[in-house]
Design a binder for this molecule. Structure first.
Ligand code: ADP
Length: 395
C-alpha cells in the first residue's frame, strides 16, 4: 500500500474531477469525474485497477458527490490519506504559492472571485463541500496563477491608467501555472540541466492554450492575462483580438456585452475558424479530407502559437528548449511540426521521425541535430498539486 496519498480535487460549477495520488511516481490509485451535479442525471464515474465504475447520484450536488466518493477513497488509500489538494484557478496577487485552507484563506479566495467569476465560486463550492464531508483532513489550495506572480512589472502591466491596476487589480495574471511549472521541471531533468540556470519556452495546448517563458524555475512571461481569454487561439476561445472589437460589434450590430463575451469564449477559436469543431482530432481528420475551414483553423492556430513563442523568447537569457504539452502538444506531430516551421529564426528544427514517434503519453526530444532542444513532456497537474499539498503538510 502507498505510504502517503493525497486526494486532488478540481471543481467546476457542475462537475468535480478527482484523483488519488501517491507520493511516489506512478499511475493514479483512483481517479474520475462527478458530472451534471445538481441535475437529475448527476453521476459519479471512477476508475481503479484498470476497471471503470459508475454510480448514479440522483440529483446530488457537490457535497453528495464527495460523500459518495469518500468511502471509495478511504478503502483505496488504506489509511494513507494525508490531505486534500484543491485546484483554484485565481489567486490574484494575494497567493504566490499553495496555501493551507482556513477561514481567512477562504475569505481571500472569495474576495478574488470578481476576477474569476466562473471559476473561483465553483472552487469554493468544492472546498466548502470537502470541508463538510472530510472535516478531519487538512486541505490545501493550489492556484493556477501563483506560478506567474514572479512576472516582472513590465510583463504584467497593461498600458492602461494606473488606477485600474491599483484600485481594481486590472493586470496580467496568467493561468496554467501548475502545468508550466511541472513540465519545465521535468524538462530540466530530461535534459540533465539544473532548474536553476535553465531557460524554457513552454506551449501548453489543451482546450485552453497558453505559452510561458520559464527562467531558473520561475515564470517571466505568459500569454494569458487578466482572464484566460488573452493570447493564443484555443478550442472555443478567440485569444487576442483588437480591443476595439467590443465597441465595433456594439455600434454596428447592437450586440450586448454578454453576447460578445459568449461569442469570444464559446463560439470562437478553432470552432469559430473551422465552422466545424473545437476538437483538434476532428480538425486534423477533416483537414486530411480537404475541409478548408479545418485547414485554415490549424494554420491560424500554429502561426499565432509560433508568434507567441517568439515573443516569449524576449524574456529568456538563452534558449535551453521548447516544451510541448497538453492534449494537443503531447499528441499532435502535425501541430508541433507546423508551429516549429515558423520558428526558423530561433534555430529550431524537428527530427520528423522522432516527432511522429512521440505521442500517446510518451516524452522525449524531437529536435533535429544542431537545433535547440524541442521536448514533448506530458503534463500532470494532479501530481503537481499532490506534491505541493504534501510539501505544505509535511512542513
Ligand atoms: P483540457 O484542457 O480540457 O485538459 P486536453 O489537455 O485533454 O484538454 O486537450 C484536449 C485537446 O487535445 C483537444 O483539442 C483534443 O482534440 C486534443 N487531442 C487529444 N488527442 C489528440 C491527438 N491524438 N491528436 C490531435 N489532438 C489531440
Amino acid at each position: 500500500m502507498p505510504a502517503r496519498t493525497i486526494l486532488v480535487i478540481n471543481c467546476g460549477s457542475s462537475s468535480i474531477k478527482f484523483a488519488l495520488v501517491a507520493a511516489q511516481p506512478g499511475p493514479f490509485i483512483l481517479s474520475g469525474l462527478a458530472e451534471r451535479l445538481g441535475s437529475t442525471t448527476a453521476v459519479l464515474h471512477w476508475q481503479q485497477d484498470g476497471q471503470q465504475h459508475s454510480e448514479a447520484l440522483h440529483g446530488g450536488d457537490h457535497r453528495a458527490a464527495l460523500a459518495a466518493l469518500l468511502p471509495k477513497v478511504q478503502a483505496a488509500s488504506a489509511g494513507s490519506l494525508l490531505g486534500i489538494g484543491h485546484r483554484v484557478v485565481h489567486g490574484g496577487e494575494h497567493f504566490t504559492q499553495a496555501c493551507r485552507l482556513d477561514a481567512e484563506v477562504i475569505a481571500s479566495i472569495r474576495a478574488i472571485a470578481p476576477l474569476a467569476p466562473l471559476h473561483n465560486p465553483a472552487s469554493l463550492q468544492g472546498i466548502e463541500a470537502a470541508l463538510a464531508v472530510y472535516p478531519q483532513l487538512p486541505q490545501v489550495a493550489v492556484f493556477d496563477t501563483a506560478f506567474h506572480q514572479t512576472l516582472p512589472e513590465h510583463a504584467y502591466r497593461y498600458a492602461l491608467p494606473e488606477s485600474l491596476y491599483r484600485e481594481h487589480g486590472v493586470r496580467r495574471y496568467g493561468f496554467h501555472g501548475t502545468s508550466h511549472r511541472y513540465v519545465s521541471q521535468q524538462a530540466a531533468q530530461l535534459a540533465g540541466l539544473a532548474v536553476d540556470g535553465s531557460s524554457w519556452l513552454v506551449a501548453h495546448l489543451g482546450n485552453g492554450c497558453s505559452t510561458c517563458a520559464v527562467v531558473n524555475g520561475q515564470s517571466r512571461d505568459t500569454s494569458m492575462g487578466l482572464t484566460p481569454l488573452e493570447g493564443l487561439v484555443m478550442g472555443t476561445r478567440s485569444g487576442d483580438v483588437d480591443p476595439n472589437l467590443h465597441g465595433h460589434l456594439s455600434r454596428t450590430l447592437g450586440w450586448s456585452l454578454a453576447r460578445i463575451d459568449a461569442m469570444l469564449n464559446q463560439e470562437s477559436g478553432l470552432l469559430g475558424l473551422s465552422g466545424l469543431s473545437n476538437d483538434m482530432r476532428t480538425l486534423e481528420q477533416a483537414r486530411a479530407d480537404g475541409h478548408s475551414g479545418a485547414t485554415l483553423a490549424i494554420e491560424v492556430f500554429c502561426y499565432r502559437l509560433a508568434k507567441s513563442l517568439a515573443a516569449m523568447a524576449c524574456a529568456l537569457p538563452q534558449l535551453d528548449g521548447l516544451i510541448f504539452t497538453g492534449g494537443i502538444g503531447e499528441h499532435s506531430p502535425l501541430i508541433r511540426a507546423t508551429t516549429v516551421a515558423h520558428l526558423k529564426l530561433l534555430g529550431l528544427a524537428l527530427d520528423e521521425t522522432a516527432n511522429q514517434r512521440t505521442r500517446g503519453g510518451a516524452s522525449g526530444p524531437i529536435h533535429a541535430p544542431g537545433s535547440p532542444r524541442v521536448l514533448v513532456v506530458p503534463t500532470n497537474e494532479e501530481r503537481q498539486i499532490a506534491l505541493d499539498t504534501l510539501t505544505l503538510l509535511s512542513a
